[in-house]
Ligand binder design. Structure first.
Ligand SMILES: NC(=O)c1ccc[n+]([C@@H]2O[C@H](COP(=O)([O-])OP(=O)(O)OC[C@H]3O[C@@H](n4cnc5c(N)ncnc54)[C@H](OP(=O)(O)O)[C@@H]3O)[C@@H](O)[C@H]2O)c1
Length: 273
């Protein structure tokens, strides 16, 4: 995809953070946007900001949609077909988190993270893929996480949901060879967004203090990688080191993960069962 101009791009979870930054990056490159999240008010604000920043762009299509709801996703894609004439790039970015001891994570929290991070993307992919295949071109970008590359302490449910998304992307990529449709899996590291205020903390541990990278920088790198037709994009140095050591120094990864678990454990909050 060397040229982004006039491509129709649907971004889920575009009301804040990485999704919002991606919307600005794509608008800057002249794409036609459809943006979605559950809160229509926040989306409307993003759409207005986009139009103020880039006068002359086609007004972004803003549609409220919970990606965990398959029927709502079907309605969203129908709106994209009716109002944009289709979709060229789908960005599965909507996501949510649970943080803390995996064994303290309730079953419904495991399920709700899967419903958004994995099934939300599945709903979008199953509905958009036939359109892309019919066109003989298109791209699906899955915003996963470094936490998908290896089970990270206190992120059991989240890591599992993001790893599931990666695996689906890899399966699809091979199945779609020759169809003109590509899949890109993206693995961001810690990014400074509102994600951590919204996630559910089930207790026992705290997040590392940072510094975290800006969502604007993440979005720029993703769009650059789309133009270069990359299929796998690891965004942090820690992620790149993890990818290497996972294959060549697996014992080291185990040791480092144990050290991280110990460092982030809330010492006063030991739980006894
Ligand atoms: N921040 C990080 O350090 C980091 C690292 C690696 C990967 N990621 C991934 O990057 C993606 C974006 O996260 P972010 O950091 O930018 O966080 P964010 O600012 O909280 O953005 C999450 C977006 O997803 C939307 N969303 C949440 N649940 C949804 C649902 N059920 N249906 C539709 N939209 C939903 C939110 O809007 P509404 O609440 O209005 O629905 C919001 O627009 C996520 O998939 C996250 O897992 C983040």
């Amino acid at each position: 995809m060397s040229e982004i101009r006039d491509l129709r791009v649907l971004i889920t979870g575009a009301s804040s953070g990485i999704g919002k930054a991606l919307a600005f990056e794509f608008a800057n490159k002249g794409a036609k946007l459809a943006i979605t999240s559950r809160s229509f008010g926040s989306l409307r604000k993003v759409a207005d900001e986009l139009e103020d920043t880039f006068p002359g762009i086609q007004a972004p299509l803003a549609v409220a949609c919970d990606v965990a709801n398959r029927e709502k996703v079907n309605q969203l894609i129908k709106r994209c077909e009716d109002q944009l004439g289709g979709i060229d790039i789908l960005i599965n970015n909507a996501g949510t988190g649970v943080y803390g001891y995996s064994e303290m994570t309730a079953l419904e929290d495991f399920r709700s993270v899967m419903e958004v991070n994995f099934f939300g993307a599945v709903h979008c992919i199953l509905r958009v893929l036939p359109l892309l295949k019919k066109n003989g071109s298109g791209l699906i970008v899955n915003i996963s996480s470094v936490a998908a590359m290896y089970g990270v302490p206190y992120l059991g449910a989240y890591s599992a949901s993001k790893a599931a998304l990666v695996a689906l992307g890899q399966s699809l990529r091979a199945e779609l060879a020759g169809s003109g449709v590509s899949i890109m899996n993206v693995y961001p590291g810690y990014t400074q967004t509102g994600f951590f205020e919204k996630e559910k903390n089930v207790g026992g541990a705290h997040r590392p203090p940072g510094p975290y990278v800006s969502p604007q920088r993440v979005a720029k790198t993703i769009v650059r990688a789309i133009k270069k037709e990359k299929q796998e994009l690891i965004l942090s140095l820690g992620g790149k080191m993890l990818a290497l050591s996972r294959s060549f120094l697996p014992w080291l990864v185990i040791r480092v993960m144990k050290r991280i678990a110990n460092k982030l454990r809330n010492k006063k909050e030991e739980f006894n069962e």
